[in-house]
Design a binder for this molecule. Sequence first.
Ligand code: SF4
Ligand code: SF4
Length: 218
Amino acid sequence: MEHPFHFNCHRCGNCCRVGHGHVWIDAQDVDAMAEEKQMTSAAFLQRFVYGKDGRLALREEPNGACALLDSDNSCSIYECRPQQCSDFPYWPQLAVTGDALDMASAYCPGIQRFPSVELAQVVLPQVAELVAKYGAHAAVDDDAAQQGERWGTSLEIDLFLSSGVELCNVVWPHSQQLRSDLEEIAASSGYPYSVSPWARLLSDRKSGWHELGGVPKI
Ligand code: SF4
Ligand code: SF4
């Protein structure tokens, strides 16, 4: 991985709603963007663009979302979206671990970061202990069952991938306690933490570990 993460877009649109700061555009791209919106360039500039520090940027709605984001999370000028957008998350400032990457991975579920083998071998046994602790309460998770979807964390899934041990669905309120225990382990150890639908996260973590040469065995 050239950047310190595996990436697979979930098409959630979060990156177009939060976190960017300004979305800069080049003046030479305005005509194509206006054409995509079937507007004149003058109308496009008036509705969607503002000037800042001698540069042009895209307007945001009052809720912070880019004004060009459609209600179905798609970009209404996708074919000619700004370079900044098409490059995300492969930005230079996200090529190193630090605050910028922390922020981006907090709002972008497509970014998956991975621990060192050594850290995994220390932390995953702790997750296995939680499996033993909460496994006694295993039952159907009503929320997950109702939504037809089960959610998981990077720690649970890495345990599953490394050892084949899977945490059973845990019934509330144990599921709340489990989640907070996992968050605490991640925060205190520095283990990369993410939450997504189980099947999706399993696929992303599997691909990322594969790029790194395989899942550490514990
Ligand atoms: S221009 Fe398109 S891709 Fe870029 S932030 Fe706006 S909606 Fe998202
Ligand atoms: S936040 Fe990440 S996963 Fe969601 S649409 Fe943007 S790039 Fe894709």
